[in-house]
Design a protein around this ligand. Structure first.
Ligand code: TXA
Ligand code: MG
Length: 314
């Protein structure tokens, strides 16, 4: 398959309307979209990524009126979150309606919904004129792509189209909140911080690992992991590291093959997946990642660092 690269949201949307898949930019990471109501089209996403069929997809929307037909009911907590954070980097889990094919939700009775705030994403989703199922546009097991070139590196020849945009603003994925229960629960830390969520829903919880896996089957797969060994450190290590890499807030004194210093946790999050890809291209042995405080984007950043450092499927 020849992969078309275009800057036209309308051209990319035409592929989705025809039952093919197209990658598109969002403010978090690039997504790989297909018509959410067309099971044959959605299966192409799983094939292109080699994604396990038990890992459900997020449905991306252009407008609020697309929510109602896809869900059983909008719970109070979902109502609050949608009002405050849509459009934006937040995903809300609700009970699904009959309209949502089970291939999208991996057989779950719930569905994940998100309305991106990125202007090119909005133009694309508007032109698609239907809900669009989309995971991150990486091969399964690779870091999520933050540039269209990273999408091409992973999926060239496997998807119909890539819609170009700039580098993703956030660089980590959306926050996923389960709104089906009595209390809302953060299933995946992400671009919207726990503090921001508590500001509107003080009772919101954070899923521990076991709950996390029971409710969100995708979370047990290996995610976000580069080929190199990832080690989380307190301080940049000293000594000789000609084959290794370092990323963190503090400047390293030792020599590394590749190193990146970020002035803030936001900048660190923005760089992380791109840095992992650069490390893989350079075949570095070990990537030393400095830990950060788990506040703001730091909670999501540490979650991704831990997953990458675990290295095996869990
Ligand atoms: O920022 C993002 O969320 C990006 C952009 C493209 O929107 N998308 C993304 O999709 O990261 P993906 O598929 O890589 O991650 C979606 C996560 C997975 O962990 C999946 O298991 C979970 O959301 N998920 C999807 N549907 C779910 C459901 N019904 N219940 C619980 N978890 C769900
Ligand atoms: Mg993903």
């Amino acid at each position: 398959m020849k992969t078309i690269v275009t800057a036209s949201p309308e051209e990319a949307a035409a592929y989705v309307r025809a039952g093919d898949v197209a990658a598109f930019p969002t403010e978090t990471v690039y997504g790989l979209g297909a018509d959410a109501l067309n099971p044959t089209a959605v299966r192409k996403i799983f094939d292109a990524k080699s994604r396990p069929a038990d890992n459900p997809l997020i449905i991306h929307l252009a407008s609020h009126d697309q929510i109602h037909p896809l869900v059983g009911s909008v719970t109070d907590s979902a109502h609050v979150l949608i009002g405050r954070f849509f459009p934006g980097p937040l995903t809300v889990i609700l009970e699904k309606s009959e309209a949502v094919p089970s291939v999208v939700t991996a057989g779950l009775k719930t569905v994940a919904l998100r309305m991106p705030a990125h202007p090119i994403a909005s133009a694309f989703l508007n032109a698609c004129d239907r809900p669009v199922a989309a995971p991150s546009a990486n091969r399964s097991g690779r870091p999520s792509p933050t540039t269209w070139q990273a999408v091409r590196d992973d999926l060239d020849g496997r998807i119909a189209c890539i819609l170009t945009g700039g580098r993703a603003r956030v660089g980590l994925e959306s926050t996923v909140v389960d709104c089906t229960g009595r209390h809302p629960v953060i299933l995946r830390a992400g671009a919207i911080s726990r503090e921001e969520l508590r500001g509107v829903l003080p009772e919101i919880g954070l899923a521990g690992r076991e709950l996390d896996e029971a409710r969100s089957p995708g979370m047990r797969h290996r995610h976000y992991a580069p080929a190199a060994r990832v080690v989380i450190v307190d301080q940049p290590p000293g000594g000789e590291h000609p084959a290794d890499a370092y990323i963190g807030l503090d400047t390293a004194t030792a020599d590394f093959r590749i190193s990146r210093v970020a002035p803030t946790s936001e900048a660190y999050a923005h760089e992380l997946f791109d840095f992992f890809r650069e490390c893989d291209d350079a075949s570095v042995g070990t990537i030393y990642c400095q830990q950060v405080d788990e506040v703001g984007i730091g909670l999501a950043l540490m979650d991704r660092l831990r997953r990458a450092s675990e290295g095996t499927s869990r």
